[in-house]
Design a protein around this ligand. Structure first.
Ligand SMILES: Cc1ncc(COP(=O)(O)O)c(C=O)c1O
Length: 422
């Protein structure tokens, strides 16, 4: 089929089935990050991963502005040649220490941070990947030459089987296990202690993508490793979530980071992260470390949101983190509810194929540390109204728990990776 025909027929079908209505929709303004202007109306932004509510923080904004004044808008070259600033090195040192590693490399995006792993996925190695890992981890496996083994989501028995079965020339050069720390759609936490035990038993290395747990989990807010008191070989993360910026990081042993800087094409052949983004991440890291109450707040709001939605009759899966997936079961309903929720003043994230398998569609909601109790109440009211219309919420709710707005600090014990109960 000709390329034009390929795109024409797909686009016609996509628009016919409503796919064009909910994605790539422009927002025209945001003041404090918790509400945005959308189609001439002010709606609550409940789809951003700015977990600590720092993207609108004056300290972060001012740091970005100061970096633009000092260094300009672009470095016009790659880190390897002309685009390295002392600011990049400062962020790398700070992030390495924060994540408990010797060294780190900062990339222009989190996607690229994961693509940095490609030179390690050589022929002769096995790479084990959780089925629900982020698309960028799936992508780096396609870039590499290692033999891929996918394990069922969070299924340590399956991983053990695959690790045990690996033999012969393919596995001679070692094994690498890739997992998200918090899974980006389901919101559940990886089974890191069991996974690392298996890795030890089979001589495998572990890489954790901490994009969604950095800033959220752990006594120091350093993510899944900090939460469980464990240190995988490598940690990657986007800077676009708790660090209120755009960029990515990979942290690990100094020799590994050095090797990857010189072998990963995603680092060598791309422009350096912009000064404003680096400065914003540094300022956000300062705040993350000095204001742990933000972490407590985002977890507390998440727990209230989970409880409120479940009391209404919604299924929020096994998540117990600020990623709150509301199962809609069906693409059409997911897209329709997204529109209805916008009408009711709440902007959510519709997750349909290819983000999830057909039939596993969810509306993903996240409230940040900057959202107010009042906004939480409004989000729940919108879900109640829309859920009634859709027949997902019974006419008279069986049990309606008023959100507990006491603001008590929430901590997820390391022994729990799934669903709030009770
Ligand atoms: C788990 C995970 N890894 C990596 C990425 C990619 O990060 P970025 O958006 O900075 O490219 C994302 C972002 O959506 C993510 O959720």
């Amino acid at each position: 089929m000709d390329v034009l025909e390929q795109c024409r027929s797909w686009t016609a079908e996509h628009l016919r089935t409503g796919g064009g209505d909910c994605y790539y929709r422009a927002i025209s303004g945001t003041s404090d990050g918790t509400e945005v202007e959308f189609e001439g109306k002010r709606v609550i932004m409940a789809a951003s991963h700015d977990y600590l509510g720092l993207s609108a923080d004056p300290r972060v904004r001012e740091a970005a502005v100061a970096a633009v004044r000092r260094f300009g808008t672009s470095l016009g070259g790659s880190r390897a040649v002309s685009g390295s600033l002392d600011l990049h090195e400062e962020l790398e040192d700070r992030l390495a220490r924060f994540l408990g590693h010797e060294a780190a490399a900062v990339l222009p995006s989190g996607y690229q941070a994961n693509l940095m792993l490609a030179p390690l996925l050589t022929a002769g190695r096995y790479v084990y990947s959780d089925l629900l890992n982020h698309a960028s981890l799936a992508e780096v496996i396609r870039l590499g030459d290692a033999a891929e083994r996918k394990f069922l989501h969070g299924d340590m028995d399956h991983l053990n089987e695959l690790l045990t079965a690996a033999s012969g020339a393919d596995g001679a050069d070692g094994k690498i296990i890739l997992t998200d720390g918090i899974f980006s759609v389901g919101g559940d936490i990886c089974e890191l202690p069991d996974l690392m035990k298996l890795a030890d038993a089979h001589g495998a290395h572990v890489v954790v993508d901490s994009s969604h747990d950095l800033g959220v989990l752990g006594p120091n807010g350093a993510g899944a490793g900090d939460h469980f008191g464990l240190r995988p070989l490598l940690v990657t993360s986007a800077l676009s979530k708790s660090l209120a910026s755009v960029g990515g990081v990979i942290a690990g042993p100094a020799e590994v980071i050095h090797y990857l800087r010189f072998h990963a094409r995603t680092a060598l052949f791309t422009a350096a992260a912009a000064p404003a983004n680096v400065a914003a991440a540094l300022a956000a890291l300062d705040i993350l470390q000095s204001e742990p109450e933000r972490r407590a707040r985002v977890l507390d709001l998440a727990e209230q949101l989970h409880r409120g939605l479940r009391a209404l009759g919604y299924d929020t899966g096994t998540s117990l983190t600020p990623i709150v997936p509301v199962l809609t079961r069906g693409r059409e309903r997911c897209l329709r509810m997204w529109q209805e929720l916008c009408g009711a003043g709440v902007f959510t994230a519709p997750m349909t194929y290819p983000a999830v398998r057909a039939g596993r569609e969810v509306l993903r909601i996240t409230l940040t540390a900057a959202h107010t109790d009042q906004q939480l109440v409004r989000v729940l009211a919108a879900f109640e109204e829309v859920g009634r219309k859709e027949g997902l919420v019974p006419p008279v709710p069986t049990r309606r728990t008023a959100p507990d707005t006491g603001g008590r600090p929430a901590v997820i014990p390391p022994t729990r990776t799934r669903a709030f109960t009770g």
